[in-house]
Design a protein. Structure first.
Length: 243
């Protein structure tokens, strides 16, 4: 079994998915009863769906934005923020989530590869920035002043996730890769564990149930609720060794 010890040269990359926010009251996407069981992906999560029916897409993300605004970071989010502060080496948190709960917990070294609910993207000027409250077809771009051109700053299916060169660079230098609360089915994030393994990293999954059981991609698989297993894991890691 591989082992990892705390060292100033040790680099951690953490990937999180919707499962880490479930205990904060936010729905996952692919579980039974999740968001994609209630909505058609093609209607609300593609550029084509947005151009067909902008009001529907705005309503969908307005609802998510309102729910995320009142959600609170749970112990798993807080534990990762604490790990970032205490870790003596390099640390990067990559999230597929758009809810902003990692920021609420205090995470700083953070990439939102799928964008954020509290951001806008203008299809006229290409500008991006922060956004609060509802968005509609009559909303005005704060940068160019045009209306009817705003969309949520969310990476939809068929679009390239953000920060990919920096993420792959970090994976190539990682000594430890953690995958938390993600189904492991959406690419390119689903391939991060392979990238990290090829770089020689120890790979660990923390999830309600194993996403790759029997595939040998993770050196250690820890099953349980994120709010329980992530704080315990972080505490053990900071004490010196996980094996």
């Amino acid at each position: 079994m591989k082992q990892i010890e705390i060292s100033a040269a040790t680099s951690i990359v953490v990937l999180t998915g919707a499962g880490i926010s479930q205990e904060s009251g936010l729905d996952t996407f692919r579980d039974a009863g999740g968001i994609w069981a209630r909505y058609d992906i093609d209607d609300v999560a593609t550029p084509e769906g947005f151009h067909r029916n902008p009001p529907l897409v705005h309503d969908f993300y307005n609802e998510q934005r309102r729910e995320a605004a009142i959600a609170r970071a749970n112990p798993a989010h807080i534990a990762l923020a604490d790990l970032e502060k205490a870790w003596p080496g390099r640390f990067l948190l990559v999230t597929q989530n758009i809810d902003g709960l990692h920021e609420k917990a205090g995470s700083k070294a953070l990439f939102h590869m799928h964008g954020t609910l509290d951001g806008f993207l203008c299809e006229a000027c290409g500008g991006r920035g922060s956004w609060s409250g509802d968005m509609s077809i009559s909303s005005t771009c704060p940068l160019c002043g045009r209306s009817g051109t705003l969309r949520p700053d969310i990476v939809w299916f068929g679009e390239m996730p953000y920060h990919m060169p920096d993420i792959y660079r970090a994976l190539g230098e990682a000594d430890l890769f953690l995958s938390i609360g993600t189904s492991g089915t959406v690419y390119p994030a689903a391939d991060f564990v392979r990238e990290a393994r090829q770089a020689g990293a120890v790979t660990i999954e923390l999830n309600l149930e194993s996403s790759r059981k029997g595939h040998g991609l993770f050196d250690i698989e820890i099953e349980g609720k994120a709010g329980d297993c992530v704080p315990t894991f972080v505490d053990e890691l900071l004490k010196g060794r996980i094996s």
